[in-house]
Design a protein around this ligand. Structure first.
Ligand code: SF4
Length: 512
């Protein structure tokens, strides 16, 4: 059965450059697809907006997981929200596997395609049918439909889906690897989409009342997936200003979006949520960047908050003095000595680096896979004034090279950066699991991070013993062979392609 909206909608398919598979010569997230789409001038509005909002930089393609994992995780964490993917089966397998590995405990819907359904536009009909079957208001407030690389590149127009079926909101998003460089930015794609939907609902008329709506003073909406204790710590910092934390986005349920938009000020604690920030601006809210990390960072952030909230100089001064004293005391108690290279793809790298410097560490390099943003400019300026080099859209190669040059006591980074550091005998910690998964704001953050950092720096001797124990077992293709019977190294797929290309161009040159 089709809804009135769907009956009126033809089977559409936009004319876009198509790709034969998700794993082109430039890799599944390659620049090539993106440039081809942009250069053709035939990109859908959705792809053009992605190109505008998530610019390329020195680091032009994800070197981590599929970006769509970010938006998928945000959707899976929202109550009464169904998520559906459309893309290559291998992509969907990887995304659902990773989701369940991280404890999703929720079903992920899948609309498959083949060459015919892509070419004829039948995939759009399949998607619409799947959504209509799922749109049961008894179970769901919203359905998030995500186009992965191939449906996006093929122009499957999710913006033509009905906006609502049986009272269930339909949110269509395109999250291709060639348009969204990191999984962190994909979180923003969905957060921005649901905020926009909720803002338009609120503008159109009365909406459901959010639970625990704060009404006795101004509130601040926090932007970013924060460690669960952090909003409480930030709330304690805001109370002397007469304000409270209203809620955090990405949200856990639909009504929280109304509470977020009802806030007086939005705090772009994670600085890469450009679309979410755009929605707060559209709702007329002031947005404050950076975050309350370390004593100086907390003081600067509270001053900006005091101004944005209209708290007055004297009240703000008292709040700053109180927070600064508590944070400084925690930092003095937890001093860190050592040179630390920081890198990651979470978007909180600059904040963590600030905290480390205030705790006594030397930080010569901060690499982040995220792009430059006005919301992290205060942190960048602060770090650069203390001798740190900040690299936006940092590639793995840049992070590894920076760590090699700095000869640090500790590397914080992604899995391959950590592996490279440990292979060289430098202690290293995985940023995502060991640094992001702890509070970093206010006095609690100042007191919490030092222990894990000191423990890791103190592990150099143990690492040296491990290296000497495994010395001579071989590396790379020779791992496990030692020096005897080492097999010939086989070329990787990209090396084989490069050789074939070189052969072809050589033959073409001879023929000419
Ligand atoms: S959907 Fe993700 S895994 Fe699949 S081709 Fe695109 S970026 Fe790669």
């Amino acid at each position: 059965m089709t809804s009135p909206e769907s009956a009126a909608t033809p089977s559409p398919r936009r004319s876009l450059p198509t790709v034969s598979s998700g794993q082109g010569a430039a890799g599944c997230h390659g620049r090539g697809n993106r440039e081809a789409a942009a250069a053709s001038g035939e990109t859908s509005e959705a792809v053009q907006e992605l190109l505008r909002d998530y610019p390329l930089g020195p680091h032009d393609q994800p070197q981590g997981m599929c970006p769509a994992f970010g938006s998928l995780r945000v959707g899976l964490r929202m109550r009464r929200t169904a998520t559906i993917l459309s893309g290559s089966a291998c992509c969907v397998y990887g995304l659902t596997f990773t989701s369940h590995f991280y404890g999703a405990r929720r079903t992920v819907g899948y609309v498959p395609f083949n060459s015919e359904s892509l070419v004829t536009g039948a995939l759009f009909e399949d998607i619409r049918e799947a959504i209509e079957k799922l749109a049961d208001p008894q179970h769901y407030d919203a359905i998030v439909m995500t186009n992965l690389c191939i449906p996006t590149a093929s122009g499957v127009p999710l913006d033509l889906l009905p906006k609502e079926i049986n009272g269930v909101r339909i949110i269509g998003i395109d999250v291709p690897g060639f348009g969204v460089p990191t999984h962190a930015e994909a979180k923003d794609v969905l957060t921005g989409a649901v905020l926009r939907y909720a803002r338009r609902e609120a503008e159109a008329g009365p909406v459901a009342r959010p639970k625990d709506l704060v009404q006795d003073g101004p509130t601040v909406a926090l932007i970013g997936e924060l460690f669960p204790a952090d909003p409480m710590g930030i709330d304690a910092l805001l109370r002397p200003l007469g304000a409270r934390v209203g809620t955090t986005v990405p949200p856990r349920e639909w009504r929280e979006l109304y509470r977020a938009l009802d806030a007086d000020v939005a705090a772009a604690v994670h600085p890469f949520y450009v679309r979410a920030v755009g929605e707060f601006h559209a709702a007329g809210r002031t947005v404050v960047g950076s975050g309350p990390v370390g004593a100086e960072g907390t003081a600067a952030w509270l001053e900006s908050m005091g101004e944005a909230l209209g708290a007055g100089a004297s009240r703000t001064g008292e709040a700053v003095d109180r927070a600064t004293a508590a944070t400084r005391a925690a930092l003095e108690h937890q001093g860190i000595r050592g040179r630390i290279v920081v890198s990651g793809y979470e978007g909180s790298e600059l904040l963590v680096a600030r905290l480390l410097v205030e705790a006594g560490a030397e930080v010569p390099y901060v690499g982040t896979a995220l792009p430059r943003s006005p919301w992290s400019d205060p942190d960048r300026e602060w770090l650069e004034s203390r001798g740190a080099r900040v690299q936006y859209r940092a590639s793995l190669e840049q992070d590894v090279e920076a760590a090699r040059e700095a000869d640090p006591d500790l590397v914080l980074g992604t899995t391959p950066a950590v592996q490279a550091a440990k292979e060289g005998g430098t202690p290293a910690l995985y940023f995502t699991n060991l640094i992001s998964a702890r509070p970093i704001f206010g006095p609690a953050g100042a007191g919490g991070i030092a222990e894990v950092i000191r423990g890791a720096i103190g592990g150099r001797e143990r690492l040296a013993r491990m290296r000497s124990f495994f010395d001579g077992v071989g590396t790379g293709h020779a791992t496990g062979y030692g020096h005897v019977g080492v097999p010939e190294r086989r070329l990787t797929a990209s090396e084989r392609h490069a050789r074939a290309r070189a052969d072809r161009s050589g033959k073409a040159g001879e023929a000419a």
